[in-house]
Write a protein that binds this ligand. Structure first.
Ligand code: BG6
Length: 491
C-alpha cells in the first residue's frame, strides 16, 4: 500500500549511504528509513545501497550489521517482522574504498540508470572531497542527484569553506542538504508555528518587551566512546556552532515572506550576520567553559571527563559552555541571549526561556516589585509551553502568587512524532530544503564562533571543573546573576 501523501517521484530512488556500516547508520539512519518504509513514505521503487570498506556480501551486511547492530535501535513497539523482511529486500551492499576511483565503477554499475540518486555522506568530513570527486568521475552525479552532508562541517571557517568549495564543484547549492538534526525535531519546527502562527506574540517579540532569552540544551550523557572525536571538538563546535545557533535563529529571525527554503534561510542568515562579534575582553567576561568531574547522574556515580576512555590526562576540551550573545539589530537591541549546553548535567532538557520585561509600575503594594512574565518552551524530553504569570491568591487581601498557563503538547496532540532523521530523510527524498543549512549560513555561524575559539586559546582558558550531575560551573550562574537574572531552574 502506498501512503496517499507519499512522494510521487517519477524516478526510482537509489539511496546511497557512505558510512553504511558506521555508528550513525546503525543508530539513526537505518531505523529512520525503516520507519519511513513502514509508514509508506519511501517511493515505491526504492533501493538502498549501503557503502562500506568491509569485504562483505549483501547477506553478511544484512546479518552482521542490519540484524545485529541496527535492529536493536528500532523501537520494539514499531517493529514488525514482515515489514522488516520487506525493508531488507530493498538493500544491497557495495564495498568501496573511497580513495580508490576503480571501486566507484562498481557503485556506478549497482546504481540504476535514470534513478533519483541521494548520496548520504555519513563519513569523516575529510573524505567528502574525495568521495564527491570520485562520484563525478564515475559519471553518477547528474542534475537530479542530491548529496546529504553530516556534521561536523569543518572545525573552523577555513575548513568549512574548503568542504563547501569541494562539494560545490560537483553539486549545485540546491542539490546540497547540510544536516543539522535539530532542525528536524518536531518541536523545533513547531517553534516557527508558535511564533508565526499566533498573532499575540508578534508585537511583544522584541526589545523592550523582552528582557532576555535563554537557550539551554543540557544532556545527562557523558562523552561515551566518542572521545576520539570529541576531545578535539569540544562543546562549542559540537553543539553551539550548529544546534544552539540554529535555535537562536528561529527565536530571533524576522517573519520570512514564505516558507520557501531561501525565504527562511535568508532570515536566519540575517540573524547570524547580526551577531555581535566578541572581542577577547568580551570572551573573558561573557563566556564560561567547563569540564565535568566525577559525580552522580540520576543517583548513579559517573566518571569525570578526564577518566573517560581515550581522553588525554591533560585534556582541556570543554564539555560545557555558557555564553552571553547579542544581536545587533533594532528588534533585539540590548537584549542578551544566554546560550548554554553541557554533558553530564543534572537533567536532559532543551529549553527556550523568554523573559519578558518587568512590570513598569505596580499598583498592588503586596505584589513583587520586579515581576516579569516568563515563557518557557520545552523542546525535549517533553514538549510543552508554559507561561508564568501572577494571579491573586484566593482569600482576603491582594496576595499574589505565580501560576502557570500550561500547555502539554504531548497530551494535546497524541499523533506519532517521527524522529528528526526520519523527517529530514523524507525531506531530502521530496526535495525540500527548508530545514537544511545553506552554505552562507554555515559560514556565518563559523565566522562568529571562530574568534571565541581563538580567544580562549589566547586567554589560555582552562575549563572550569563542574561536578557531574549539576548544571555546570558556578561561573555560569554568575554570568546571569551579574544582570539580576537567573537560569530557569534557579529562579
Ligand atoms: C549531536 C552531538 O550533534 O547532538 C552530540 O554531536 C549530542 O554530542 C547530540 O549528544 C544531541 O542530540 P539530541 O538529539 O540527543 O539532543
Amino acid at each position: 500500500m502506498t501512503n496517499p501523501t507519499s512522494p510521487t517521484n517519477e524516478r526510482p530512488l537509489d539511496m546511497i549511504i557512505f558510512g553504511g556500516g558506521g555508528d550513525l547508520a546503525a543508530r539513526k539512519l537505518l531505523p529512520a528509513l525503516y520507519m519511513a518504509h513502514t509508514h509508506c513514505n519511501l517511493p515505491a521503487d526504492t533501493r538502498i545501497l549501503a557503502i562500506g570498506r568491509k569485504d562483505w556480501t549483501r547477506e553478511d551486511y544484512l546479518k552482521n550489521f542490519m540484524e545485529k547492530q541496527s535492529r536493536p535501535f528500532i523501537d520494539a513497539n514499531a517493529f514488525d517482522a514482515q515489514q522488516w523482511d520487506k525493508f531488507l529486500a530493498l538493500f544491497d551492499y557495495v564495498r568501496v574504498d573511497v580513495e580508490n576511483p576503480e571501486d566507484f565503477k562498481r557503485l556506478a554499475e549497482a546504481s540504476r540508470d535514470g534513478a533519483q540518486r541521494v548520496f548520504y555522506l555519513s563519513t569523516s568530513p575529510e573524505l567528502f572531497t574525495t568521495i564527491c570527486d570520485n562520484l563525478a568521475a564515475a559519471g553518477i552525479v547528474d542534475d537530479h542527484a542530491r548529496v546529504v552532508l553530516e556534521k561536523p562541517l569543518g572545525h573552523d571557517l577555513a575548513s568549512a569553506r574548503a568542504i563547501n568549495d569541494a562539494v560545490g564543484k560537483r553539486f549545485k547549492e540546491e542539490q546540497i542538504y547540510r544536516i543539522d538534526h535539530y532542525l528536524g525535531k518536531e518541536t523545533v519546527q513547531n517553534l516557527m508555528v508558535l511564533r508565526f502562527g499566533n498573532a499575540i506574540f508578534g508585537p511583544l517579540w522584541q526589545a523592550p518587551y523582552i528582557k532576555s532569552v535563554q537557550i539551554t540544551v543540557s544532556e545527562t550523557v557523558g562523552v561515551g566512546s566518542r572521545a576520539g572525536f570529541y576531545d578535539h571538538t569540544g562543546a562549542l563546535r559540537d553543539m553551539v556552532q550548529n544546534h544552539l545557533l540554529q535555535l537562536l535563529c528561529i527565536v530571533a529571525m524576522e517573519p520570512p515572506v514564505s516558507l520557501d527554503p531561501d525565504a527562511v534561510r535568508d532570515e536566519k542568515l540575517k540573524v547570524l550576520k547580526s551577531l555581535r562579534p566578541m572581542s577577547v575582553a568580551d570572551i573573558a567576561r561573557d563566556t564560561v567553559r567547563g569540564q565535568y568531574a566525577a559525580g552522580a547522574v540520576g543517583g548513579e556515580p559517573v566518571k569525570g571527563y578526564l577518566q573517560e576512555e581515550n581522553v588525554p590526562a591533560d585534556s582541556r576540551a570543554e564539555t560545557f559552555v555558557a555564553l552571553r550573545a547579542h544581536i545587533n539589530n533594532w528588534r533585539w537591541a540590548n537584549v542578551p541571549f544566554f546560550l548554554r549546553t553541557g554533558k553530564r548535567m543534572q537533567t536532559r532538557k532543551s529549553e527556550i526561556v523568554i523573559d519578558f520585561a518587568d512590570l513598569p509600575f505596580s499598583i498592588i503594594p503586596s505584589g513583587p516589585r520586579n515581576y516579569g512574565n516568563r515563557l518557557i518552551i520545552t523542546l525535549q524530553p517533553e514538549e510543552s509551553i508554559q507561561l508564568q504569570m501572577l494571579a491573586k491568591e484566593p482569600g482576603s487581601g491582594m496576595q499574589m502568587l505565580p501560576v502557570n498557563l500550561n500547555l502539554d503538547l504531548q497530551q494535546a496532540m497524541t499523533q506519532r512524532r517521527a524522529e528528526a532523521y526520519e523527517r529530514l530523510l523524507i525531506d531530502v527524498i521530496r526535495g525540500r530544503l527548508t530545514h537544511f543549512m545553506r552554505r552562507d549560513e554555515l559560514e556565518a555561524a563559523w565566522a562568529w564562533v571562530e574568534p571565541i575559539l581563538n580567544g580562549w586559546k589566547e586567554l589560555g582558558d582552562k575549563p572550569r571543573g563542574y561536578t557531574a550531575g549539576t548544571f555546570g560551573p558556578a561561573a555560569s550562574s554568575a554570568l546571569m546573576a551579574r544582570e539580576n537574572l537567573a537560569w530557569a531552574e534557579e529562579a
